[in-house]
Design a protein. Structure first.
Ligand SMILES: NC(=O)c1ccc[n+]([C@@H]2O[C@H](COP(=O)([O-])OP(=O)(O)OC[C@H]3O[C@@H](n4cnc5c(N)ncnc54)[C@H](OP(=O)(O)O)[C@@H]3O)[C@@H](O)[C@H]2O)c1
Length: 242
């Protein structure tokens, strides 16, 4: 396992949720972190919460290639890219699909990942890695309304396998979380969140819904283990089993 002390790590989505948890974990391991999101206010609030000079926030929208190119030019050489950014997925039954919403979702989540990889390779140090985030929706699709998010989440495993071959020895991996208690759920279900979490938490082997700090070690492992590449790591408290 390699040390993260002094490494520079970009976390796209680091101002909230899973990404915030990853940024907190790599800071504990002595890394320097660049957190990326669209909202300057959220980035500033996150920088304040971290309370260390080793975090820099840079505003960029991963659906915009010019933003991504500018991001990597501004950061310069770095060691690991982590992408957790995402917005609530489309969830209408297929016959009522809003195609503009679907296109915006695919543009930021999947095309955004392709653009991150395209520009990251210009600046990634030898021995570095890229980690993208898919989800349990590929294994346990919501019904109805889960077809788009399931297709997008599933595609990440194949994206990583092909890219790991193309970019070797740079490593490319995926983390696939189950449900995690983040701000995204407040946006999707609001006050109904605790009801959903109690019900699902009671069903899954881990006995509760994950917090971001439960998921961050999967990203740490993929950064630090030089023999992991082209893989999808599932971290879901056994949710895929029920
Ligand atoms: N929470 C779960 O249960 C769960 C489970 C499995 C997988 N996931 C996946 O994990 C990802 C993160 O989820 P989360 O729960 O951590 O969400 P979250 O708490 O809402 O955080 C999302 C982060 O991504 C950033 N972001 C969103 N769109 C962006 C864009 N176009 N460009 C740059 N940054 C962007 C947000 O900042 P701005 O709003 O300022 O841009 C924020 O920092 C999502 O893709 C989700 O599908 C989540």
């Amino acid at each position: 396992m390699t040390s993260l002390t002094g490494k520079k790590i970009i976390v796209v989505g680091g101002s909230s949720g899973i990404g915030f948890g990853v940024a907190a974990a790599v800071l504990e391991h002595g890394a320097e972190v660049v957190i990326v999101g669209r909202s300057e206010d959220k980035l500033k609030a996150a920088e304040k919460r971290f309370g260390t000079g080793r975090v820099t926030g840079i505003a960029a929208d991963m659906a915009k290639e010019a933003d991504i190119a500018r991001l990597f030019d501004a950061v310069g050489a770095f060691d690991h890219l982590v992408a957790t950014a995402g917005t609530p997925p489309p969830n209408d039954p297929i016959g009522q699909t809003d195609m503009d919403f679907v296109r915006r979702f695919v543009d930021s989540k999947l095309i955004g990942a392709v653009m991150l990889a395209k520009h990251a390779v210009r600046k990634l140090n030898k021995g570095g890695s890229m980690i993208f985030t898919s989800s349990i929706n590929k294994d346990r699709p919501p019904v109805p309304g889960g077809s788009v998010v399931s297709a997008v989440a599933g595609s990440f495993s194949y994206f990583a396998r092909a890219l790991a071959l193309e970019l070797a020895p740079t490593r490319v991996n995926i983390v696939s979380p189950g449900w995690v208690d983040t701000e995204m759920w407040d946006e999707i279900v609001g006050e109904a969140k605790s009801g959903y979490f109690n019900e699902m938490g009671g069903c899954i082997p881990a006995g509760r819904i994950a917090r971001p700090a439960d998921i961050a070690p999967a990203y740490l492992y993929l950064m630090q283990n030089e023999f992991m590449t082209g893989e999808t790591v599932h971290i879901d408290g056994g949710q895929r089993l029920v």
